[in-house]
Each structure stands twice: as structure tokens, then as C-alpha cells.
Design a protein around this ligand. Structure first.
Ligand code: COA
Length: 163
């Protein structure tokens, strides 16, 4: 049976930690859909537009033949059904991620009972990276070359120069 997995997130912007996770998962599953959320939860206001976040993910992950990048603006549970996916993938970086991830996975189990949430850990050197930290370092003129793909760095430079 062919397994399709959805890896949802805000990706504001996509980091090397995200791509590390996608590369690992792309080796395990037949088809991986990176779902870029237009509604990333009530507390987040993304810096990059949905189209920009999708374009950056597509640039960074374009070398992986079984990976597709798609935006979604509805409930994750509905998007997963539309994709015909059997698995939701999330990254676990540290114990502090666990509580939130446990809540998300439990809610999604209620909403799409047939779909399992699975977790992968990124490589140790990416365990501390988050999109908001990368944005903050870039905004204050710090070097983010080790944390993001060059095309993301260019997009951050342009965005920070404008603001
Ligand atoms: N490498 C680097 N960073 C990682 C990472 C990894 N491997 N794994 C997680 N992160 C970071 C993300 O960059 C993000 O950082 P930030 O907060 O600094 O931006 C953080 O960890 C995770 O944020 P979180 O808010 O938990 O998740 P998310 O932004 O990745 O995605 C959605 C949340 C999109 C999955 C969720 O809001 C959603 O499903 N939205 C759709 C609407 C919906 O269905 N809601 C009901 C859900 S039950």
C-alpha cells in the first residue's frame, strides 16, 4: 500500500530543521505533502505571505521527487482527507514541544480518526532552531546562513531591509 503523509506547519520561513525532517520522512514514505498553513493558529501572524512561504518551501525542497508543497487554509483534518493521506507528520525537537504536539495529535485524532500522527526528531544541530528565532536573528543583523537555505536568507534580507 502506498503511504501519503502530510507535514503541516506555518513555515515562516522554512528552516534547515524543517528540510532535515522532510528529507528523513521522504525516505520513509511514498509521497510527502508539505502543507503550508494559511491559518496557523490564533496567536501567529506570519511575516511572509502564504504564497511567499509556499514558494520558499518549493525552492528549498524542489530536489526531492516525492515531495510536493501545497497551501491550505481550512482545517488540517479536512486538508489531510483532501490529500488522501494516512499520516500527519510533526517534528519533536525537545521535551517542551511535547505538550503542544500531544494536544494537536489528540484533537486531530478526534477529527480524523483513521489518520495517525507520527513524530520524527531533527538532527541534533537543528534541535534549537525555530522560525521565529531565525527571523529575530535576521532582523537584528545576525548571520543566519547556517540555519536556512540561501534563497530563504535572501528573502529575509529583502524583508528586513524593507521594514
Ligand atoms: N525545525 C525547525 N523548526 C521547527 C521544527 C523543525 N524540525 N519543527 C517545528 N519547528 C518550529 C516551527 O518553525 C515553529 O516555530 P515558530 O513558533 O518560531 O514559528 C514551531 O516549531 C512550531 O510551531 P507550531 O505553532 O507548533 O506549529 P506550526 O507553526 O509548525 O504549525 C499548524 C501549526 C499549522 C500545524 C496548526 O496551527 C494547524 O493545523 N493549523 C490549521 C488549522 C487547524 O486545523 N487547527 C486545528 C488544529 S487541531
Amino acid at each position: 500500500m502506498s503511504i501519503t503523509v502530510v507535514y503541516p506547519g506555518t513555515f515562516d520561513p522554512v528552516t534547515n530543521g524543517h528540510s532535515d525532517l522532510v528529507e528523513r520522512a521522504a525516505r520513509l514514505f511514498d509521497h510527502l505533502i508539505v502543507g503550508v498553513a494559511g491559518y496557523p493558529g490564533a496567536t501567529k501572524r506570519p511575516v511572509f505571505t502564504l504564497d511567499e512561504r509556499v514558494a520558499l518551501c518549493a525552492d528549498v525542497l524542489g530536489h526531492l521527487p516525492n515531495v510536493e508543497v501545497r497551501p491550505f487554509e481550512n482545517l488540517l483534518a479536512d486538508f489531510v482527507n483532501e490529500c488522501g493521506a494516512q499520516v500527519i507528520l510533526r517534528g519533536l525537537r525537545a521535551v517542551s514541544d511535547f505538550e503542544h504536539e500531544f494536544q494537536l495529535a489528540s484533537m486531530n485524532r478526534q477529527l480524523v480518526p483513521g489518520v495517525e500522527t507520527m513524530f520524527l526528531t531533527p538532527a541534533e544541530q537543528y534541535a534549537y532552531i525555530s522560525s521565529s528565532l531565525v527571523r529575530e536573528v535576521a532582523a537584528l543583523g545576525g548571520d543566519v546562513t547556517r540555519f536556512v537555505h540561501p534563497c530563504v536568507q535572501r528573502a529575509l534580507d529583502e524583508r528586513m531591509a524593507r521594514s
